[in-house]
Unconditional design. Structure first.
Length: 278
């Protein structure tokens, strides 16, 4: 694999992953830092070359399965990890590809292919960010359109129609169907309003009754009750005077003494006092 010697392209450009795959060449020997027995090494080497050939002949799915097993068994197999990342990026699995390239750079930051791997990492990172932004924008639009579609579906403006596959798709109803549905909706609204009329009338009667009771209570408490209390107080005073005048002590008491006793018995005009005992 040779060095591209460049930076990640702008979002207007597209990465030519086929050209990057073409830089991978079949291997005759395994890297020295790859720890494996002779038999395992031969199998790993044959598996990598077979995956490389499959990736260049349009069988990337098969190649990714083989490379996934290789990198799982030998994580330090940098050529296999890098090719696996390229195939993931080609399959638009950008997040997995970015993670794969980052692992390769962490294991061999000073390798001769480090600049190319960094170029691939930056390219898939930009694609991942753009894909996430598109997904967020699509979700926001779907959330905004969901209430409108729900109302249109409930009103019958949107209807299901069978497509060529027979699975069914959503399409606009005809003009006549829309008018019929809207007319039915108006009829339903009138019926609902007619059905709710007795209930509304009952609520109004109940509210008027509550208001009337409240007004009567306020009139009684602030207008009638004080008059009743004042009359009761006057009655108690007259009864007291009658009791004093009819008692035997009145013959021996003076008017001044009776007045003083009256004042002591009814010192506060706004408080009802109990009748004095005989």
């Amino acid at each position: 694999m040779t060095d591209t010697g460049g930076r990640a392209k702008s979002k207007r450009d597209e990465v030519d992953w086929d050209a990057i795959k073409a830089r991978f060449l079949p291997m005759d020997t395994l890297p020295n830092d790859l720890i494996a027995s002779r038999t395992e090494g031969e199998r790993a080497l044959a598996a990598f070359n077979r995956a490389l050939e499959q990736s260049k002949t349009g069988n990337s799915d098969v190649a990714m399965i083989v490379l996934g097993k290789l990198t799982s068994r030998w994580p330090t197999f940098l050529a296999a990890s890098t090719l696996y990342g390229v195939l993931l990026a080609e399959a638009k699995r950008y997040a997995e590809a970015e993670q794969r390239f980052e692992q390769v750079l962490l294991q061999a930051p000073d390798s001769e292919d480090a600049r190319t791997i960094e170029y691939c990492r930056m390219a898939v990172r930009e694609e991942r960010i753009r894909e996430e932004a598109r997904d967020r924008s699509r979700k926001i639009k779907e959330q905004k359109l969901m209430p409108v579609r729900a109302r249109m579906a409930r009103s019958g403006i949107l209807q299901k129609a069978a497509d060529d596959t027979g699975a069914g798709r959503t399409q606009m109803a005809s003009r006549r169907e829309q008018e019929n549905v809207l007319k039915m909706g108006d009829d339903d609204t009138r019926m609902t309003s007619h059905e709710r009329r007795p209930f509304t009338r009952a609520i109004r009667v109940l509210a008027i009754s509550v208001i009337a009771v409240a007004i009567l209570f306020l009139v009684f408490y602030f207008a009638i009750r004080p008059s009743i209390l004042a009359g009761e107080q006057r009655r108690q005073r007259l009864e007291w005077l009658e009791h004093q005048l009819s008692s035997e002590e009145f013959k021996e008491s003076t008017a001044r003494e009776i007045l003083e006793q009256y004042r002591r018995a009814f010192s506060l005009d706004d408080v009802l006092q109990p009748l004095p005992k005989k």
